[in-house]
Design a protein around this ligand. Sequence first.
Ligand SMILES: [Fe+2]
Ligand SMILES: [Fe+2]
Length: 313
Amino acid sequence: MCQTVIGSKFDVDPEPMTRHANLEPRTYNFKPKTDREVTHDLPFGWCSDPTHLRPVFCGNAPKRFSKGDSGIMDDQGNMRVAAVGDIHYAKTSKGKLRDLFVGASSSADVLLLTGDVTDYGLPEEAAILAEDLRTYVRTPILAVLGNHDYESGKSAEVQAALESIGVTFLDGSGVEIEGVGFAGVCGFGGGFDRQMLSAWGEPLIKAFVQEAVDHSLRLGKALTNLATEKKVVILHYSPVRGTVNGENPEIYPFLGSSHLEATIDHFGASVVFHGHAHNGEIKGKTSGNIPVFNVALPVLLRTGKEPFFLYKV
Ligand SMILES: [Fe+2]
Ligand SMILES: [Fe+2]
């Protein structure tokens, strides 16, 4: 029987981005590199069965690594996560974020992209980003789509271009890497707390609210399916008001939704990363005291520190 696998030594593996794991194979979006030969001579963690399209481990139980054994965890058993959103890749962006990608890749074990990976949601923009990620990043990359990635009605092509080089998109789905679970969804607007929009009145208002509810439900499903103690939530829209503070209050309803916060607090998480609020604040927390970080690139750049957010989980 084949079980899902957990890869190792991402920093020295020439094919690092394909070494992901997932406890729920039905929701795992892994696609192997097209130029990879599936033979018996595969590195540890790959099943030799050519019918398998996921990284798998043939054995009776999922592979587990002890502390420091995998090369992806530090001595305390923590994973280093680099997160950034709103990189807004355009047709002219080739090489634009080289230093960011190289820095994140050398500092962290996993790179999270919290949406708005492209500027207009064009496949050409995604292809340029894919080439840069393929060139400069040597860690697994997990991502969610942002509203800009939907702009041209070609989000599927945008996603496919990035999946072709090993990026895993989360949309109501989860992935486990080295015992750390990741659940993601784009999210939607509607506002926060007592000012949150209610499903009342015109059908369009009800549809707007339902969209936010649907994203929250998909996030809840993804969190439920994770069997890990550590759970990282990846969003584009904010789940809390705290990290959008600094934006014009008139646009708060379009920056996030407390439906997301309720889901996160109900199912539990170790940390939440989101983007979208370019003028917001980095740090916030849910009502249940779960840390929330707005890692939109413009927010990070204002700090004068690294253009990616580094966090140990
Ligand atoms: Fe953005
Ligand atoms: Fe956005």
